[in-house]
Ligand binder design. Structure first.
Ligand SMILES: [Zn+2]
Ligand SMILES: [Zn+2]
Length: 352
């Protein structure tokens, strides 16, 4: 079928709204009519030619989405047309070493590896194979994805809010609940209050942290952090139980690490550029401090996304407050620019 997509045809250039040919879903796959897709920092990185998995153009970005199942391929049993779904960033195989140990975020099955590299050949632009971000490519009216990546949601759950769960929200909240395992009553420092950092704050609230500090160089983001339950600080407080760095800047991470108490935990949530070094005083590590990394909040999509959707429906997770604007696909380039300038928390592409 033909569908409209925002296509990356040249790095550092605006996306082009084009008609692309999308194949029917193959065995184990479904076609989803995309209803909402958030613009994430890693989409911008790819536009700038800085993503290691986006090298061959044309390419369709977008990986934080929700929509409606339109058709299903052979052997799909868990989903049927009309189901509302979030498309998760991974569909763990259940058979590799990572999955066998319950570490679904470390799935190394062949389907996951293929998805990371742009997915199976399912889309063409003027006859040229067009890869899709993490095998999704949700800056398009339709996506063909593995059924394993789809997490069913209630039909009354709003698509824009649900889309955000797939990347930014599960990364931030997951860093708190799955990685640091923040304990009730503890103190937390969050550095960097963009899309992910705000969700670290929300995760800390959900975990029952009683003191949550937020640091950011942008005054506007600190104001938002306050709305989500954090106390803005100019200087890092010392002796906190947990620190989260959502900036990906090594010097900032080192400072956050030094702000934890002996036995405290620091999690790097941000994605740092390759090839930089982190300088920390090893005597701080010696005092039982822990320094941890995470990929996407160590999420297990089928476990975490329904939990987060339920928290939202119960009024305990603010997703609407994260959405600064909803824009149609035609206006994606202007929205990308606003995300780049840091003037929005999340910009969501919505489809009728
Ligand atoms: Zn993302
Ligand atoms: Zn696996």
């Amino acid at each position: 079928m033909l569908t409209r997509a925002a296509v990356l045809t040249e790095f550092h250039a605006p996306l082009e709204i084009r008609e692309v040919e999308l194949a029917d879903p193959g065995p184990g796959e479904v076609r989803v009519r995309i209803r909402a897709s958030g613009i994430c920092g890693s989409d911008l990185k790819a536009i700038d030619g800085k993503s290691p998995v986006v090298s061959q153009l044309p390419f369709v970005l977008g990986h934080e989405s929700a929509g409606v199942v339109e058709s299903v391929g052979e052997g799909v049993a868990a989903l049927k047309p009309g189901d509302h779904v979030i498309i998760a960033m991974s569909g763990p195989c259940g058979r590799c070493r990572g999955c066998a140990g319950g570490e679904f975020h470390l799935c190394s099955g062949p389907a996951r590896m293929t998805a990371i590299m742009g997915g199976l050949p399912r889309m063409t632009l003027d006859g040229a194979e067009t890869r899709r971000f993490i095998g999704i490519g949700s800056f398009a009216e339709h996506a063909v994805v593995s059924e394993r990546m789809c997490v069913k949601i209630a039909k009354d759950a709003p698509f824009a809010a649900m889309a955000l769960l797939a990347c930014g929200v599960v990364t931030g909240v997951g860093a708190v609940l799955n990685v640091a395992r923040v304990q009730p009553g503890s103190s937390v420092l969050v550095v960097g209050c963009g899309g992910v950092g705000l969700n670290v704050i929300q995760g800390a609230v959900l975990a029952g942290a009683t003191t949550i500090y937020a640091a950011d160089i942008a005054e506007q983001k600190l104001k938002l952090a306050e709305r989500f339950g954090a106390t803005p600080v100019q200087e890092f407080p010392q002796n906190v139980d947990y620190a989260f760095d959502a900036t990906g800047v090594p010097g900032v991470l080192a400072k956050a690490f030094a702000a934890t108490r002996p036995g405290g935990t620091t999690v790097m949530v941000g994605s740092p550029p390759r090839g930089q070094n982190l300088e920390i005083d090893p005597s701080l590590l010696f005092a039982s401090r822990r320094l941890m990394g995470t990929q996407g909040g160590d999420a297990a999509p089928l476990r975490d996304l329904p939990m987060l959707a339920a928290q939202y429906m119960a009024g305990r997770l603010d997703l609407d407050g994260l959405i600064t604007e909803r824009v149609p696909l035609e206006d994606i380039n202007a929205a990308v620019e606003r995300v780049r300038q840091g003037s929005v928390a999340r910009s969501v592409i919505v489809f009728d």
